[in-house]
Design a protein around this ligand. Structure first.
Ligand code: S3P
Length: 168
């Protein structure tokens, strides 16, 4: 399938870059967090608070299976930052389209998410430490799941979108 899947840590710009990219490529933009929120009629934060993280991860896998089965094309799909972490999701992502990792460093991420309260995993005493710890674990997973890696620290969203277009 010719879909483009954006992966990467929270705050790496998947949604913003994805919208730019969809416009450039004349593709349809979808965001997995948003699809889950719409389906569940509640926010990601509420899902974590009420049902716990595992329930949210199950919803992510179920959604990936549905998107793969639907065989839609010309989609830019922005995924939640934890999507490639579950091993079962990785072949599903690759089957769904070309997987792109938007690679951002901890400082970029911290600067973007420091005022944010919607991301339950970063509601903690020391978000910078948490970001570094999670990146150490997830970085290699993002790298091996993606076929294209774009370093976004120095790029505007539209420049990042143009970079992705060069690889498509
Ligand atoms: C998560 C990232 C979030 C959202 C949830 C968990 C993660 O999506 O899916 O809060 O584990 O990295 P964004 O990457 O779009 O913020």
């Amino acid at each position: 399938m010719d879909n483009i899947i954006l992966t990467g840590y929270m705050g790496s710009g998947k949604t913003t870059v994805g919208k730019c990219l969809a416009q450039l490529a004349d593709y349809t933009f979808v965001d997995t967090d948003e699809l889950i929120e719409r389906q569940q009629q509640r926010s990601v934060r509420e899902i974590f608070d009420t049902d716990g993280e595992q329930a949210f991860r199950d919803m992510e896998t179920a959604l990936l299976k549905k998107l793969t089965a639907d065989k839609n094309e010309h989609l830019v799909i922005s995924t939640g930052g934890g999507m490639p972490v579950r091993e079962e999701n990785r072949p599903l992502l690759s089957r769904l389209g070309r997987v792109v990792y938007l690679k951002a460093g901890p400082q970029t991420i911290y600067d973007r998410i420091k005022e944010d309260t919607a991301r339950p995993l970063l509601q903690c005493a020391n978000p910078m430490e948490k970001i570094k710890e999670m990146l150490a674990v997830r970085g290699p997973i993002y790298e091996k799941t993606a076929s294209v890696v774009i370093e976004v620290d120095e790029l505007s969203p539209s420049d990042a979108a143009r970079e992705i277009m060069k690889h498509s």
